[in-house]
Design a protein around this ligand. Sequence first.
Ligand code: SF4
Ligand code: SF4
Ligand code: SF4
Length: 347
Amino acid sequence: MSSVNERITQEIQSIAASMLESGQVAAFLGYSQGTLPGTMQPFVARDVEDAKKFSWNSFCVINLANYLPALLRSLEPPRRRGEPPPEGPLPKVGVLATGCWSRNMVVQIQENQIERQRAVIVGISSRGMVSRRKLEAAVGYREITHIEEQDNSLLVRGDGFEETINRWDVVRDNCQTCVHPDPVIYDKLIGSLSGDRKIPDRFRQVEEIEALSVDDRWQWFQNEISSCIRCYACRNACPLCYCPTCFVDDSRPQWVGKSIDPVDTALFHILRAYHCAGRCTDCGSCESVCPMGIRMRLFTKKLQKDVLELYGFEPGLDPDAPLPLSTYKMDDPEEFILTHIKKGDKK
Ligand code: SF4
Ligand code: SF4
Ligand code: SF4
């Protein structure tokens, strides 16, 4: 009997092959095996032969929505800046989407980064992805040379050891606290939907930090980012970070220094987190790619909690719900901005 991942892999290969063969899509975005055990890489298939390379397991940790806008643009005929897009339908892309990835695609549609009709979304209800870091800790940081995944366990081998690890124990923190594992928008579904999960303490990690004094919170924040090498892998893996020039790369004006000076590093993390407020889906992509093990996802998780409490809003769940931080109403409760606008006052 085949495992869940083997069945999903077979379905992905067959759906992608059929979409590519029929010409429904010009490219299909999924995952293929990475070079090391326990790593997977985003992969674009452009023909039926390529589709055989697709694979699926618990190490598909990078949010595929991140690659969608550029892939769609790459299929458009070249045109000069400011020129309107050509008339007629443009080539489509097939793409896999779990719950959070699909929610990021909703945000991308709302922010005009992709056109819904050009993405053929193949939904997969997520069982949670594994944290490579947790797995390494579970085997005492010995070198892993082989991983075999079963439905609920991982057989891990290395030089002179073999251990069976319970899969859920090493699932990423964001996946363990995920309440929306099902894709929100999709054109085809692999397997079935599993429904929202009830997790009463989904913000437990944030609440533990909120309970600290202001000084201790600042200390916690500084400790957390102290090993940051400013490689920007977290920014590059995030589907929300599509600015043509990020504030950290700007030199006129230079908003933030390029060094790993603690003030510059803190500024980078605070600004990046705030740029994601009301948009972050807690996909965990940023944290999964950090080479230094920094838990920067907790910064955006705190803002996710605030946006939920202040606006009752969760990003990407409803394509018709406007994003709270880019929508303005005169009766918004923002006394700190709108003070005493009286009749007859100059606005
Ligand atoms: S950190 Fe901010 S400025 Fe930089 S790419 Fe992300 S959203 Fe854009
Ligand atoms: S900030 Fe991190 S968790 Fe949030 S959407 Fe971006 S990559 Fe995902
Ligand atoms: S990926 Fe990690 S080390 Fe790199 S900039 Fe982000 S937090 Fe810093």
